[in-house]
Design a protein around this ligand. Structure first.
Ligand code: ZN
Ligand code: ZN
Length: 342
């Protein structure tokens, strides 16, 4: 089969690889039909994020069609469209049943699609075939009224932004939220969409990129240019999409007392943290990948209620075959679709 592969920085090619096999009765074989490019993929392809060994089969924001199901798969049928979370999770172990699906005991840490050997070689969405090992637990049927492209960003970006805000709304029912934008700027824009869907009325969006600032304003955020003053009292909820230790420092310094800051970027090394200032303000810093599968159902309910999706920020929907030239490049969110899917 054909698989989009990053062989090294800025070296993306279609390669022929053996078809994957169904090795478990709980697994299903899928044919990916729409795949979103995550801001992380842009860092991976450009070499900006350089800690993962190549080659890497690309794509972890995946909508796919069911081709074949294992004997124990109960919830899926052939031809159905399903949405995948970016991680592998079994749905049955203690972490999974407790909602910590990214800490699933049934597989190694970092078991993601689209991360290559570091992620356990689960393959990537930009492939003709892909195995979902725990089909009933992982694959979520695509709801009516949405296209594959609408749902492509659900399994990573949308669930990630959901977990940065929704769990804190009980403590802060009418919060003033700060979204620090930057290299993960498309995620920052999804943050504005998610905040609005969650009923958050006050959203400050910090960036120095004119295009993103305009997009954030049109989505309903108040824009703040880098260097301009932020809210004096701070923000109870801060989302760091800066993907840069300097912007992380701004994010942490901007948290209000008892507030929480969640970076969505996987900072690979060390970064300075103003622990004394955070201690004095009872600030919480949350790090780690989202528990993607656990957040998919609540995000789908929000999508159905408010009618948003992957295309609610500026996106380029592009033909599948062009991905060797276009995957991971460019600033605007990209979604690759097969054939003439909308
Ligand atoms: Zn991602
Ligand atoms: Zn599990």
């Amino acid at each position: 089969m054909r698989q989009l592969t990053a062989k090294g920085p800025n070296q993306v090619e279609w390669v022929e690889v053996p078809d994957p096999e169904l090795t478990s009765p709980k697994a299903a074989m899928l044919r990916p039909v729409a795949v979103g490019v995550c801001d992380f993929d842009r860092g991976l392809v450009s070499g900006r994020y350089s800690t993962l060994p190549f080659p890497i089969a690309l794509g972890h924001e995946i909508v796919a069609q069911v081709v074949e199901t294992g004997a124990e798969v109960k919830t899926l049928r052939q031809g159905q469209h399903v949405i995948l979370p970016l991680h592998i999770s079994c749905g049955e172990c203690a972490p999974c049943t407790g909602g910590h699906t990214n800490s699933c005991d049934a597989r190694k840490p970092l078991s993601n699609y689209g991360l290559g050997a570091a992620g356990g070689n689960w393959g990537g969405g930009m492939s003709d075939l892909l195995v979902v090992p725990y089909a009933d637990a992982m694959a979520v049927p695509m709801p009516e009224g949405f296209t594959p492209a609408d749902c492509a960003a659900l399994g990573c970006n949308l669930v990630d932004l959901h977990r940065t805000m929704q769990p804190h709304l009980q403590a802060f029912p009418d919060p003033h939220v700060l979204i620090v934008s930057g290299h993960a700027g498309n995620m920052a824009l999804y943050g504005v969409v998610m905040a609005r869907a969650l009923g958050i009325r006050k959203i400050d969006f910090l960036d120095d990129d004119e295009r993103r600032l305009q997009a954030a304003a049109s989505l309903g955020a108040t824009t703040v240019r880098m260097g301009q003053p932020l809210r004096k009292e701070g923000y109870p909820i801060v989302v760091d999409c800066g993907a840069d230790p300097e912007r992380l420092a701004i994010a942490l310094a901007s948290v209000a007392k008892d507030g929480v800051c969640t970076p969505v970027w996987p900072y690979p090394g060390t970064a300075a943290v103003p622990i004394g200032q955070m201690f004095r303000k009872n600030v919480t810093l949350i790090t780690g990948q989202p528990h993607a599968r656990a957040h998919m159902d609540p995000v789908l309910r929000l999508m159905a209620k408010h009618g948003f999706g992957s295309k609610s920020i500026p996106v380029e929907v592009l033909p599948w075959d062009s991905a060797d030239q276009l995957f991971g490049r460019g600033e605007v969110k990209r979604i690759f679709v097969r054939d003439s899917l909308p």
